[in-house]
Design a protein around this ligand. Structure first.
Ligand code: PMP
Length: 400
């Protein structure tokens, strides 16, 4: 069978990453890895999960084991609506759809908004999983840079020349993956201006929102838009939330919050896609969130902020001249910029051989693959000594 001949055109946009093979080496025990941008499993609220499952089975579990509605489990949507109000987004459960992780929300938003040839505005660099989700819908990408005065007309003309129109801007807003940077308030307001001028949607990826260690919280874009327009039903922003970083990713529970008009279209997509997210897992997350969310997140902030501090201090100690890095106020990532003639993927290959330290090379986070001299380091998994030793070795590699 010649599979290439029967694959749809969208399949050609789905490529295995060049670093996949290298990252397989991470399983080797002597490697110090700053590659995985994942929560520390030792910090999962495991006993709260155990209690929640036990309670659900004690109550018979009929509802939790049954099919359920595509919108998602109502008590969980009620908890999320109340949680959203605490971050400046007053809404009702009808403004919320539960997804299987926020990754599914990105896929469904691509499906809902992109025709082949349309343009998505994204950060340079941006979350590579978002590019992977959107790629299936055959878009073009243009660089969203709210810090410049590039006009809406210029974005629109570029999109038209590429054969479509601008459909949305996508951003990882707080402690972004991969840079750790947070979008300031003026940039968020500028995106809303652009959105009105271009008549496009805004996809606000808030996967790390709960993990702020210090500095002042900046209102979500959706909160700023509600403040402008008075009613979530008038808003074009779709906020993607997730329990993956605050409770546990393995249950795959996220959500989208926005106007009912957009949410009801997403519900149709969800119905056709997978009917609904695991009822059991929604019921479990609902109980665990009610019981431990605030205390648990406070503990995560404490532990991860110490790891962030260790990493920044070690970088200060060991990085040679010519290397710079971000100082995130939360999340899991520090973004290193090395001299332009260096390439992250080559550095990774060399590092695995000579220093046994892993990281993610930066190129795959650029929609056009144009820049190679960045490394993404995650501080979420390693203890103080490991961070110290890993950054020391990375310093040796770069000095070499
Ligand atoms: N958005 C960002 C910025 C992420 O870093 C991730 C996970 N790494 C996701 C979305 C997807 O997370 P999940 O599907 O587990 O909610």
């Amino acid at each position: 069978m010649n599979w290439e001949q029967v694959f749809a055109s969208r399949a050609s946009r789905m490529k295995a990453s060049e670093i996949r093979e290298l990252l397989k080496l991470l399983a080797q025990p002597d490697i110090i890895s700053f590659a995985g941008g994942i929560p520390d499993p030792k910090l999962f609220p495991a006993s709260a999960f155990q209690d929640a499952y036990a309670e659900i089975f004690r109550d018979g579990a009929g509802e939790a084991l049954q099919y359920s509605v595509s919108e998602g489990y109502l008590p969980l949507r009620e908890w999320i609506a109340a949680h959203m109000a605490t971050i400046g987004i007053p809404c009702t459960p009808d403004n919320i759809m539960i997804t299987s992780g926020s990754q599914q929300a990105l896929d469904y938003l691509g499906k809902m908004l992109l025709s082949p040839g349309d343009t998505a505005l994204v950060d340079w660099p941006t979350y590579m999983g978002a590019l992977g989700a959107f790629n299936a819908y055959e878009p073009n990408y243009d660089r969203l840079d709210p810090g410049t005065n590039r006009s809406a007309a210029d974005y629109a003309e570029t999109a038209a020349a590429a054969g479509g129109r601008v459909k949305f801007a996508y951003m990882s807003v707080d402690f972004a993956n991969p840079t750790g940077r947070t979008m300031n308030r003026a940039a968020r307001e500028r995106v809303l201006d652009l959105a009105d001028e271009l008549d496009m949607a805004v996809i606000e990826d808030a996967a790390y929102q709960a993990l702020r260690f210090d500095g002042e919280a900046i209102p979500p874009i959706l909160a700023l838009e509600i403040a402008r327009k008075g009613d979530i039903e008038e808003c074009r922003t779709l906020y993607c939330g997730s329990f993956s970083k605050s409770l546990a990713p393995g249950l795959r529970i996220g959500w989208v919050c926005g106007s009912q008009k957009a949410i009801s279209q997403m519900v149709l997509i969800k119905q056709a896609g997978d009917l609904h997210t695991s009822t059991m897992n929604q019921a479990v997350i609902d109980r665990v969130a009610r019981n431990v969310f605030d205390d648990h997140v406070a503990m995560l902030r404490r532990v991860y902020s110490e790891r962030r501090d260790h990493m920044l201090a070690a970088l200060e100690r060991y990085m040679p001249e010519g290397v710079s890095w971000t100082s995130p106020e939360g999340g899991m990532f520090v973004w290193l910029t090395v001299p332009e003639h260096m390439d992250g993927a080559e550095l990774l290959a060399k590092s695995l051989k000579t220093q046994r330290v892993a990281f993610v090379p930066g190129r795959a986070f650029y929609a056009d693959g144009s820049q190679g001299n960045n490394l993404r380091l995650s501080f979420s998994l390693a203890d103080e000594e490991t961070i110290e030793e890993g950054i020391r070795r990375l310093g040796l590699l770069l000095a070499d």
